[in-house]
Design a protein around this ligand. Structure first.
Ligand code: NAD
Length: 513
């Protein structure tokens, strides 16, 4: 269906795929551990992939360790050149890869293509970065001394990724890691392994043409146990994990227990504040895209709308006019804006959250149905829900990874709205719509939003790669992608050089021997 067989051929995805690859080489295909992946769009089987064993993992780590010894010696701009070529290959395969992302994960085709574009963009960013891995130079307090800091490659970076950005998160990590002189081992979500297989096929020509050592870019397909092995492994100095807060707490504890480095990108509970000074026409586009885009399965999805009581009815009526018209359907179909949820378990969480929030006193205004019939053959299509609720409800406090938007009322000044916005455990993305300068600046001040991302007159989702991405509190504190996020992928060293014929001590200490 939808030319998928052609796409799979173009991307090198076989009916049966191996559990790992160390670059150009693939591991064995094992029928015994094969898992067939079905599309959430139409329920059809796409292809099968073997699940890695502990021995497979050992093989990958050993190859990566060897590769690091040579990769770190290559000048950073030369490593950047490899990344540049990877970016070009992704440009070539943007269409089929975007389509497979859409078919395997369920996001609409435009967003599948957008995700591949994000990979291309981060490649470009990383190429530039490969000539800008700057440290500072400091003035020494001692005469004829020079002091500076420099950044050195770290080693193996373990990348654990979630189903909802099945390829972009890899590129944010792996491309930065690569220019930094690190090697990476990617464990994609077991729900979306085929796009990872496809990516590995796409980059392998670049690796072959440039004689990149086997083991610089590795992928290993498996479940939580492979991620857990990586978290516990002292040979992996940095573990970058994207997924639920539940997963992040486990990974963070294990990595912390061995004093390794964890970069955690976990769940969000993102809010948009609408003040009486909001441009509502503009805000509605942001709210609807934020709440129902990717069927509510973005970490930055808008889950709470904090609305001043003076405009509450107006906003509610506007949303009630838009929601019934949302085109829900096959994500590959042109015109669809809302695709399916990833699986039936996700649908279950969606309906359970709606039942729970109503039991707490919330009012379901629209949506919440599970769609059936010929156009919705998988039981994974739902109608996005609007619920009038209060911020303190247990259900509102949790991230339900589905399209539910809670409408929450405030009556005082912007401080009250900010307190509600901050009044959850998560701290990823936040935004305010206002044309009032005092409100906007208060939101961005030290007493404003406590999130890693705070926007004015822009929604919560759809960040640019140029900024550092991540969040506070239970979102895990990690930052990846742009700005100076690269620093976590390197080890920092302070160097002081004495070119005098004396040995003066710091702090003027006298120690004559
Ligand atoms: P998930 O936590 O179920 O799985 C994510 C990954 O972690 C998978 O690869 C899984 O195999 C692995 N994993 C699970 N348990 C593990 C363990 N104990 N040790 C090691 N690895 C383990 O998440 P999901 O359902 O795939 O993704 C949705 C979640 O991801 C949402 O909470 C969403 O907000 C979050 N997310 C966050 C960001 C961000 O940048 N902050 C981005 C995308 C998704």
């Amino acid at each position: 269906p939808h030319g998928i067989q052609h796409v799979l051929r173009e991307l090198g995805v076989q009916p049966q795929n191996a559990a790992y690859s160390t670059g150009r080489q693939w591991g064995r295909v094992s029928a015994a551990t094969a898992k067939t992946i079905h599309s959430p769009a139409d329920g059809h089987p796409i292809a099968a992939v073997s699940m890695a064993s502990v021995e497979d993992y050992e093989q990958v780590v050993r190859t990566a360790q060897e590769a690091f010894k040579t990769w770190r010696l290559m000048p950073a701009p030369k490593r950047g050149e490899i990344v540049r070529q990877i970016g070009n290959k992704l440009r070539e395969f943007k269409e089929p890869l975007g389509k497979l992302v859409s078919y395997e994960m369920g996001k609409i085709m435009q967003e599948g293509l957008g995700e591949v574009q994000e990979m291309i963009d981060i490649c470009d960013f990383a190429v530039g970065l490969s000539r800008q891995l700057h440290g500072f130079t400091m003035h020494s307090e001692r005469p004829a001394h020079r002091m500076y800091d420099q950044y050195q490659p770290l080693g193996i970076v373990g990348v654990i990724s979630a189903f909802n950005f099945p390829v972009a998160v890899w590129s944010w990590n792996a491309m930065l890691a690569a220019v930094c002189g690190d090697v990476s081992i990617w464990k994609p979500s077991e729900k979306t392994p085929l796009v990872a297989v496809a990516v590995q096929h796409i980059i392998r020509d670049v690796l072959a043409e440039n004689d990149v050592p086997e083991g610089v870019f590795n992928v290993i397909i498996g479940g939580a146990e492979i991620g857990a092995a990586m978290a516990a492994d002292t040979r992996v100095p940095l573990v970058s994990a994207t997924g639920s807060t539940r997963m992040g707490k486990k990974v963070g504890e294990v990595v912390g227990g061995r004093l390794g480095r964890a970069l955690l990108e976990l769940g969000g509970n993102n809010a948009i504040i609408l003040t009486p000074h909001a441009d509502l026409d503009m805000a509605m586009r942001a709210v609807v895209f934020g709440a129902v885009g990717t069927a509510g399965q973005r970490c930055t999805t808008t889950r709470r709308l904090i609305i001043h009581e003076s405009i509450f009815e107006d906003v509610k009526q506007r949303l009630l006019a838009i929601y019934p018209k949302l085109p829900i359907g096959n994500p590959l179909q042109e015109g669809t804006l809302v695709g399916p949820l990833i699986d039936k378990q996700a649908v279950d969480m969606f309906t359970k959250a709606l039942t729970a929030v109503q039991a707490e006193g919330g009012t379901l205004l629209i949506g919440g149905e599970v769609l059936a019939g010929a156009d919705y053959p998988t039981g994974t299509y739902v109608t996005p829900a609007l619920v009038e609720a209060r911020n303190e409800y247990h259900t509102v406090q949790e991230e339900t990874f589905a399209p539910i938007l809670y409408l929450i009322r405030y009556s005082g000044g912007v401080e009250e709205a900010i307190a509600l916005q901050n009044g959850v455990k998560q701290g990823l993305s936040s935004s305010i719509f206002t044309l009032n300068m005092r409100e906007a600046e208060a939101f961005l001040s030290q007493t404003g939003s406590d999130c890693g991302i705070a926007n004015v007159n822009i929604g919560t989702s759809g960040a640019e790669i140029g900024g550092a991405f991540g969040g506070e509190k239970e979102t895990g504190g990690g930052r990846e992608s742009g700005s100076d996020a690269w620093k976590v992928y390197m080890r920092r060293q302070t160097n002081t050089i004495n070119y005098s014929d004396q040995l003066p001590l710091a702090q003027g200490i006298k120690f004559d021997v």
